[in-house]
Write a protein that binds this ligand. Sequence first.
Ligand code: HEC
Length: 157
Amino acid sequence: MFLSIFLSVIFGCMFCTKKVAKNPALAYSDFAILDSCLKTNHVYYKNDANLLLPGSVGPHGNFKLRFNAIASKALTDNGKLPVGKTMPDGSLVIKDIYSGGNIALYAYMYKVKGSWLWGEIKPNKDIVHSVNDNIGVCTGCHSQAGNRDLITTFNFH
Ligand code: HEC
């Protein structure tokens, strides 16, 4: 009797402390990625900090493109990702979308476990597209011909 109470307490505690499995992709919050976007140590595409014009189907307007250190190391084909290659895990690609000389929106792709997380967030923390939202709207257009690991700027610049 005493033993069974003892055991049920032990097992009960094992269950109550059991960790709930988490989708690792969801461990990245919109605001954590915004913090990364706000950093100033990223590398501009082709080391050029001038504004770029959108391509024929670009939905955002004028922009600058930045890569974190992990991503920039993969850009070995004249500043582009070589055809057929993929960006390594931890790559962050940030599209700074400008309006009147200021950044109005960050659109980003962040590589986790071989897949991109997609999001759009304003510098004031307004979330336009959460990392947890359906990515089909982004990937549908980014799958266009000529993309390299779903990156499309290389088609136009
Ligand atoms: C209608 C097509 C279209 C849709 C939808 C779209 N994009 Fe893009 N995106 C582009 C194009 C084209 C570029 C290349 C730069 C340009 O022309 O503006 C681009 C560039 C980017 C870049 C810079 C890296 C790259 O691929 O060149 C990021 C980051 C990005 N988009 C994020 C997003 C996110 C996040 C979404 C979904 C919320 C999204 N995009 C939806 C067309 C699209």
